[in-house]
Every structure is written in C-alpha cells, then in structure tokens.
Design a protein around this ligand. Structure first.
Ligand code: BTN
Length: 148
C-alpha cells in the first residue's frame, strides 16, 4: 500500500511553493493605459485608501488638458493578491467627473495589469440633456517601467 504521509507532504510543499511564487499586484506607481493616459498612485494607507494624479491623453472638451487629482479605495490591501478597486478623477480642466472600477491582475508572465471600466459624467446645462451626459468605456493599464 502507498504511504499517504510522504504523498501529502509532497503535495503540501508543492502548493506552498506555488503560493509563495504568486506575485501580488500593487497599485502604487506609474501606469499607462491603452489611450496613452498616464496615472500615478502615490499614497496608499492601511485601510486601502489611495491618492494620486491622472494625465489623460484625450478629452471630450476643447479645453487644454491638465494634470488632475484622483482618490480611490482598494479592497483588502493586505490580503489576497489580485484586489478590486475604484477611484474617482476630478478633472482640473473641465466640469466632468470620471469613476473607474477594476481589478489588479498579475498575468502569466508576472506582469501587472489593471482591467477597468469607467463612467465619465459631463455637466449639462439643462435636465433635458441628461440622457447624453454619461459616457462608458473600458481601459487597460500596464505599469510604466522605470527609465534607466
Ligand atoms: C473631460 O474630457 O471632461 C475630462 C477628461 C476625460 C478623459 C476620459 S476618462 C475615461 C477615458 N480614459 C482616459 O484615460 N481618458 C478618458
């Protein structure tokens, strides 16, 4: 009969090694998305509250683009490796607000990737135009590597 103990030990070690090698996704740092927008997350506290700045590559307005602040929240920052998060960008150069929600993944190559969806609310003068005031979309962010 096959001894169960060594078999269990091997299984335990294999699972342990796999668990240890899983890279955690960390929101802090510089990110670029599929539109070419840049985002920097600078602070993240123990409660998962974070802040940073956003430089969009595009705008729905004719205004000159300026760096804008962002504030967000990440779920269980000290636990599971691929957390969900949300953040708001309060645009400095327009009357609009964007909310993003997403998840921070680590792909098969160990590369971090933020899969997000967003709602961009533009200001309209008249309630009759409310129906066309919200845009929706997706953005995928990857980490901007340090330039040597
Ligand atoms: C505005 O046009 O009023 C503010 C800028 C909005 C930029 C949007 S937010 C969603 C999408 N993702 C980006 O990186 N930029 C656009």
């Amino acid at each position: 009969m096959v001894q169960a103990t060594p078999l269990l030990l091997v299984l335990f070690l294999a699972l342990g090694a796999h668990g240890a090698s899983v890279k955690k996704c960390n929101l802090i740092g510089r990110w670029v998305n599929d539109l070419g927008s840049n985002m920097t997350i600078t602070t993240l506290n123990a409660k998962g509250v974070f802040t940073g700045s956003y430089h969009t590559a595009v705008t729905a307005t004719t205004n000159e683009i300026r760096l804008s602040p962002l504030q967000g929240s990440v779920q269980r920052p000290n636990q599971k490796g691929q957390p969900t998060f949300g953040f708001t960008v309060n645009w400095s150069f327009s009357d609009s607000i964007t909310v993003f929600t997403g998840q921070c993944f680590v792909d098969d190559d160990g590369k971090e990737i933020l899969k997000t969806m967003w709602l961009l609310r533009s200001r309209v003068e008249d309630i009759k135009n409310d129906w066309k005031a919200t845009r929706v979309g997706i953005n995928v962010f990857t980490r901007l590597e340090q330039q040597e």
